[in-house]
Design a protein around this ligand. Structure first.
Ligand code: CP
Ligand code: NVA
Length: 303
């Protein structure tokens, strides 16, 4: 079993992982030897704070070992991806990849003899979605029937919320005047539409008013954020997206939880005061990356 996207998992597996993660958070000592003698490698082409630390620290707290591999310091740089993944599979028990391209995550899963975890590609970010479901379950006591509005650019995080929603019965409404082209998989979105759990609207205020949770993410994915050649695109997006910033005026009087996968760009997709607002649960959400990563790893290894 891999975790490429939650669209490939059953509702029962997702709910099970979420419940296990909450138990791990509440009773960490019960799990401290669960991964004795086991190893995780984290092979990253992109930067990370949360995903990397959740994997490394999580594995350590479960009694296992983690090896961080910066792609540029390995011979993945100069060899066939499949050959190197086969070799890595023979050393470790779990591989988490953070790749630029979704196709490379799939190619890795094709040849790996151990579970592959997609630690965020251009299309999906399923480990984030597991932590998000866990956080919503803790805060609202349920995920089924919850109404979440995603406001921002339709990207990997948006897709993972849609995939999660369609599996667990959480209604995800997307307000996204801009899309990351490589994030789009029409077949998946059609399936999500047909599930009745994915809706698109341009009525921002109405969508927020009917929501339990409002969620946003960066307007430019991390691999592009600091790219000087994309300065004009960044400016264009900032202008287009400005009315969609989560801020005090937009959220005034709304009884909603506010989520962001982080890293946040204060003053762009979200204002600083909304990050600090009493309705914001983004730092608990970030902490839950650790607990849910442990739950995920244990599930993938049937522990
Ligand atoms: N939310 C998230 O994946 O954060 P990092 O990019 O820091 O891992
Ligand atoms: N959409 C963001 C998510 C970061 C966790 C990105 O890919 O940079």
């Amino acid at each position: 079993m891999h975790l490429i996207s939650l669209k490939d998992w059953s509702p029962a597996d997702i709910i099970d992982a979420v419940e296990e993660s909450i138990d791990i958070k509440n009773y960490p000592d019960k799990y401290q030897s669960a991964m004795n003698g086991l190893s995780l490698s984290l092979l990253f082409q992109k930067t990370s704070t949360r995903t990397r630390c959740a994997g490394e620290v999580g594995m350590n707290q479960l009694g296992g070992h983690a090896i961080y591999l910066d792609w540029r310091a390995t011979n993945f740089m100069l060899a066939d991806l499949r050959d190197e993944i086969r070799v890595l599979s023979s050393y470790v028990d779990l591989i988490m990849v953070r790749f630029l391209k979704h196709a490379d995550v799939l190619r890795s899963a094709d040849v790996a003899s151990v579970p592959i975890i997609n630690g965020c590609c251009d299309r999906y970010h399923p480990t984030q979605a597991l932590a998000d479901l866990m956080t919503i379950q803790e805060k609202l006591g349920k995920v089924e029937g919850v109404k979440l509005t995603y406001v921002g650019v339709h990207n990997n995080v948006c897709n993972s919320l849609i995939a999660a929603g369609m599996k667990v019965g959480m209604e995800v409404t997307v307000v996204a005047p801009e899309t990351n082209p490589t994030a789009i998989d029409e077949d998946f979105l059609e399936e999500a539409r047909q599930s009745g759990m994915y809706k698109v609207t341009d009525r921002l205020k109405d969508a927020i008013a009917g929501s339990d949770v409002v969620y946003t993410d960066t307007w430019m994915d991390m691999e592009f954020f600091l790219d000087p050649t994309l300065k004009a695109e960044k400016e264009k997006r900032s202008k287009l997206m400005e009315p969609y910033q989560l801020n005090k005026a937009l959220l005034e009087g709304e009884d909603v939880l506010i989520m962001h996968c982080l890293p946040a760009h204060r003053g762009s997709e979200i204002s600083g005061d909304i990050i600090e607002d009493e309705r914001s649960i983004m730092f608990e959400q970030a902490e839950n990356r650790l607990h849910s990563m442990k739950g995920l790893m244990l599930k993938l290894l049937n522990k």
